[in-house]
Design a protein around this ligand. Structure first.
Ligand SMILES: [Zn+2]
Length: 104
């Protein structure tokens, strides 16, 4: 039965799989930059904080600036992706052990 099968999975896998909407692979990098406008405060003082998402894609590293309004959502999506990956690894490890012990 499906419920029996699911019961061997760490609960978090199901929770993440069904309840979270956003998953994003990559890592976030906090940077600061100058916008280039000569009158801006950043020209002589504090640079503008910015957040970039870095991701390896087709063997290359790509990056995208994350606008402020998206930062919370993207941070959650990135950490959920990691958590899901960790949980999947746990599930895989369980299956490996079952195979090893020939337990169905
Ligand atoms: Zn500026």
């Amino acid at each position: 039965m499906a419920s029996e099968k699911f019961s061997v999975y760490p609960a978090g896998v199901l929770a993440l799989g069904f309840w979270r909407e956003w998953l994003l692979r990559g890592s976030l990098s906090d940077r600061s930059s100058k916008c280039g406008k000569p009158n801006c405060h950043c020209a002589n003082g504090e640079p503008h904080p910015s957040v970039y998402l870095l991701q390896s894609h087709d063997g290359k590293l790509r990056q995208i600036c994350v606008p402020k309004a998206w930062q919370d959502r993207v941070r959650h999506a990135v950490s959920d992706y990691r958590e899901l990956q960790r949980l999947l690894e746990e599930v895989s490890e369980l299956e490996w052990k079952r195979l090893q012990e020939r337990k169905s």
